[in-house]
Every structure is written in C-alpha cells, then in structure tokens.
Design a protein around this ligand. Structure first.
Ligand code: ADP
Length: 586
C-alpha cells in the first residue's frame, strides 16, 4: 500500500478536523481550556500544513516545498512546546526550547540546502523530530514532584512518538539505501510511518485533552477550596467582631443573612421570603418604627442608612445593634437592594451607661473632698479660738471657780481637743488625693521611720514589733509612712488586756503584686465588721475603752487605692487580726 500525495492531503484534512472536534468538545464542558486548545489546534494545523507542503514536491520546485514545509513544521513544534510548557507550568523551560528550535531551524535549513538527496533530508527531519519528541517527554516526565496521570500519559506518548521517529530515521539510514529493496517494502514502510505519525498526533491530542481536563478539575477544586476557606475566615471574622451582614430586596421584602447575623439575633436559619417578618418579632417594639424608617429612606431616596435598634434575647436580656446599609443596584439595574452590616454594640453601650455613672461618681467624690477640705479647714479657725479662750479662762480663773464650774471648763476643753483631732483627721483624709509624684523607695526604711514617732506608745504597751524584709517600690513615701503608722497604732491600741502586743510586718509577691501583711495578737474583729471598719468615722469598739476618731482605716483605704491596690482584713475575734494590702504602682 503506497500513500500518494492525495491521500496525504486527505489525512491532513482529517487530522485538522480531529483537532477541531477536540476543540468543540473542550469548549462545551471546559471553557477555561479554550485558549490552550485553540493554541493546540493552531499548532496542529501548522503541523499538517507542513506535511501538505512537503507532499507538494514535484508540483512546486522541491527546494521551495521542502524549505517551507521545514520552516512551518519547526514553527508548529515550537508552538507545541510553548503550550506544553504552559500546561505543565514549566514556563522557564520554554526559553531553552526556543533556543534549541532556533538553532535546529538554522542548522537544518543549511543541511537541507547542501544535501540534495531526498532520503538524507528525511533522515535529518526525522532525527530532529525525534530529539524534539524526547525533549517533550522530558518536560512532561522529569522532576521529582508528583504529576497528574494525564501528564504521564502524554509524556509516554511523546516518548513512543520519539521512538517511532527514531525507528524511521534508522530505517532511512540503513535500509532505504539497499538497492535490492522492493517497491513494496519501501511503500509499506512509508505508509506505516505516516500512519503512526497521525496516530501519535491523535493520541497526543487526546493526552492534551486529558491534561486540560485535569487542570480544569484541579483549578476548580482549588477555587472551591479557596471559596470555602475565605467563607470560613469571613465567618470567623464576623464572629470575632460581632458583625453580621445582610441583603434586603426592597421590592420583594426578601431578606438574606450571614451566619453571624443569625447568631446575633439568636435565630435559626429561615427562608428568605419569611425572614423579614420573623426577625421583626425579635426586635424591641419601640424600635420597629426606626427600622421601618431606615428601609423607607433606602427605598425612596436610594440613600445609605444608619440605624440603631434593640433585640430581645431568648433569656430576656437586651442586645443593642448598630446597622449600616447602602442601596445598590439589583439584577434588573434598579436601585432596589439594601445591603449592609449589623454590629452588636451591647458592650460599647454598657461601657458608655457605666462610664457616665463613673464620671458622675468621680465628680461627686471630688465635690465631697472639696467640701470636706473647706469645711474642716474653716471649722478649725473658730475651734482654735474656742480652745485658746478656754485655756485663758482656765488659767485666769484657777482657784477662783466653784468645783462644778471647773469641771465644766475641763469638759469644754476636752471636747474642743477631740473636735480638733477629728477635723485634723478629716483634713488629712481630704488632702490625700492631692498627690505628688511616685518615688522609688525602700519600704524597710519607711517602716523603720515610723517607729520613733510612736515610740512612747510602743514603750508604754511594751509592744514587740518584728519587721521581715520588705521590697523597694514606686510609692508615695509620706503617705505610705502614714499608712503603716495607722496600722501599727491600731495593732497596739486594740491589744488584749494582760497580753503583750506582738506585731509582725511582712510582704510577699503574689500573682505579680506585692502584698503586705500587718498581723497582731489583739482583740480581733467580728466577721460582720470586717468591711464596715474601712468606712469614714466607723468604729466598732467602745470609745471610752479605746480612743480614736474612726478615720484611720478610711485613710488607709484611700491611701492604698492611691497606690492602685486593695486593703482587707482577716481576723479571729479574741485571737488577733491581719491587715493585708497590695501595692500596684510601678
Ligand atoms: P480608730 O482607730 O481611730 O477608731 P480606725 O479607722 O483606725 O479608727 O479603725 C476603725 C475601727 O476598726 C476601730 O475603731 C476598731 O474598732 C477597729 N480596728 C482597727 N484596727 C484594729 C485592730 N488591729 N484590731 C482590732 N480592731 C481594729
């Protein structure tokens, strides 16, 4: 069977048709691959054209037909390789493939020009095609990474095609020159090589379809994965920010919500046509009008909307929501879609309700301090006058008054002194917040400075005071000293009768904060009085038995709070008390 020029032309047209069908099949289902397949079909047509030109030898001068065929053949091969490189993602390799092809074109053109023998030309063409086929197989099969089956399949086809071409080269080199070879053998060999070439082309096309399909599926899966991932991120972001998103069709009242929006409203997923009515049952009745107004503005003016409303939760609590939306064009091109977000602002609102209260409290307490300062300061002046005149009167009337009158004067003087002490305490207390700068100070030294000031009290009561190692901290030294003085005086003052007071001062770092301890073996405090004693003028023991103004511990509390700490007491009545306080200034 000898294939003549006409048959070659028919086979080529058939082959072009085959690529056309492949193109159609891909364009139906795998749109994304259209560009690649177009390129492939274009390369195939060029390939066929080369063979047609080659078959026209005799009709046009040999040199022209062969050179044109060769040029177009190599062009088509270059094109194939670009597509392969694009498909496999090995774009960089195309560079050396191009150089290789360019060099081959020049080299081949030169050889074909100087080699007049047709068989020798066929050998050159087949040999170069073999190299290119093997190069294609290398691109598809080399590398360590796992590659899709379609790549392996196409690579193997390239390998097979390369081997066939190599066989053909060998045949022309070694057997074609045999003068005894029959016409039958020659024509059969030619036919077999032609047919295998086309079969190879068809299988390669199939391979490329598979590669395209593979790539489409992978891209599809990757895109799907990315969508799922970004939806997950969006949901998480909305959850963290407590923000839901919604879309409302102003014509049909259809409403769609994000997952977080359902969560904020504490509702189950509801069909879009029922959601609007359903969610209204959750909105605070007083806020429905505001929401309707926002919708009306969106509908009539096509403007953005901002609104606030409350939602009644399942447990009866109230959530505050802030909605922001904009009117956008729907599918019909009209501005009939309201789209936006809702944010749960309950915490901000609560912090706002609390901040206001705090501000009021702060201003009230400042007012009180101011009042206490002015009152105590101004009260002291007339009191000092009374004290002075009582002293003068006592001196001048010494021995001249009746016993009763003398007793009255003594009582007036005692009361005046007592009042003076109270006022001084109050003044100290109100001055406490007018604070200076924090200083790094050694608490051991400060506590030791207290001792000489209360020396006579310690001596009289034969009190034993042990001081453990204390830290160096940033504190207000004068105030800190006063704090210790008050606690020490109390610890000695509220001693048990017939018991020598034993006091221990220590400090340790607990959960990052320095906690100080002042323990005594005194009369102790009842459980019910443990809070009360830190209030201003609060005393729980008899004044006749234990002197005092009831300001000392209130002063200590304010003082500790100034150091950002806390003060509390633990006590066993009859056994003793331990006062604790923390210092958090840094
Ligand atoms: P004052 O000591 O002037 O009475 P404070 O404000 O210092 O006022 O103390 C308030 C009250 O707390 C005291 O009157 C006393 O009843 C009780 N108290 C304070 N310290 C101790 C202590 N170490 N042991 C027992 N009771 C105490």
């Amino acid at each position: 069977m000898y294939i003549d020029t006409k048959t070659v032309v028919i086979i080529n047209i058939f082959s072009a048709g085959l690529f056309g069908i492949a193109l159609l099949a891909v364009s139906q289902g795998y749109l994304k691959q259209i560009r690649g397949i177009f390129s492939w079909a274009g390369a195939s047509l060029l390939h066929s054209l080369a063979w047609i030109l080659y078959s026209l030898r005799g009709v046009v001068p040999d040199v022209i037909s062969i050179l044109l065929a060769l040029a177009i053949m190599l062009l088509s091969l270059a094109y194939y390789y670009k597509i392969i490189a694009d498909f496999t993602g090995k774009i960089k390799r195309t560079n050396w493939v191009y150089y290789l092809i360019a060099a081959s074109v020049l080299g081949l053109a030169y050889f074909l020009w100087i080699v007049p023998n047709t068989a020798a030309r066929i050998v050159i063409i087949s040999a170069s095609s073999t190299i290119l086929m093997y190069a294609g197989a290398y691109v598809l099969l080399s590398g360590r990474e796992r590659r899709p089956t379609s790549h392996i399949f196409t690579g193997l086809v390239f390998l097979a095609a390369g081997s066939i071409l190599m066989f053909r080269t060998g045949y022309h080199l070694f057997f074609d020159t045999d003068p005894n070879q029959t016409v039958f053998v020659q024509s059969t060999m030619q036919s077999v090589t032609f047919l295998t070439s086309y079969l190879t082309a068809a299988i390669v096309t199939f391979g490329f379809l598979l590669m395209g399909y593979d790539r489409y599926i992978t891209q599809h899966e990757e895109a799907e994965g990315r969508i799922i991932q970004s939806e997950k991120w969006l949901n998480e972001a909305q959850k963290l920010a407590k923000v839901g998103s919604w879309e409302f069709d102003l014509d049909t009242n259809e409403l769609t919500w994000s997952k977080e929006q359902y969560h904020i409203f504490e509702m189950e997923e509801t069909p879009a046509d029922k959601l609007f009515e359903m969610c209204r049952t959750k909105i605070h009745p007083d806020d429905i009008a505001a929401m309707d107004k926002a919708i009306r503005i969106g509908k009539e003016k096509g403007e953005g909307v901002v609104y606030q409303h409350r939602v009644i939760c399942k447990d009866g609590s109230i959530k505050h929501l802030l909605g922001i939306g904009e009117t956008v064009k729907g599918a019909d091109g009209n501005k009939n879609i309201l789209r936006g977000t809702v944010q749960d602002i309950t915490e901000q609102k609560n912090a706002e309700e609390t901040n206001r209260k705090f501000a009021i409290l702060e201003s009230k307490s400042k007012e009180m301090e101011q009042f206490a300062y002015i009152a105590s300061h101004d009260l002291r002046e007339p009191l000092l006058t009374i004290k002075n005149y009582v002293e003068l009167l006592t001196e001048e009337s010494a021995g001249k008054l009746e016993a009763d009158s003398e007793e009255y004067l003594t009582r007036i003087s005692r009361a005046a002194n007592w009042m003076d002490e109270l006022i001084k305490g109050l003044l100290d207390y109100s001055r406490l917040s007018k604070i200076k700068e924090l200083q790094k100070a050694d608490c051991n030294e400060i506590v030791r400075e207290v001792l000489p000031d209360i020396h006579s009290l310690i001596e009289t009561n034969r009190a034993k005071i042990s001081i453990m190692h204390l830290p160096t901290l940033a504190i207000y030294p004068l105030e800190f000293k006063q704090l210790f003085q008050n606690l020490l005086v109390n610890a000695i003052k509220f001693r048990k009768k017939e018991t020598i007071p034993e006091i221990r001062i220590s400090a340790e770092k607990l959960k990052g904060a320095w906690t100080f301890k002042v323990s005594d073996n005194g009369i102790g405090i009842e459980e019910t009085d443990k809070e009360k004693i830190f209030g201003l003028f609060q005393r729980v023991h008899n004044r006749n038995e234990y002197t005092g103004s009831g300001i000392g511990l209130a002063y200590c509390k304010k003082n500790v709070e100034l150091h950002h700490g806390n003060i509390w007491v633990e006590s066993v009545p009859g056994k003793g008390s331990t006062f604790y306080f923390t210092i958090l200034t840094v």
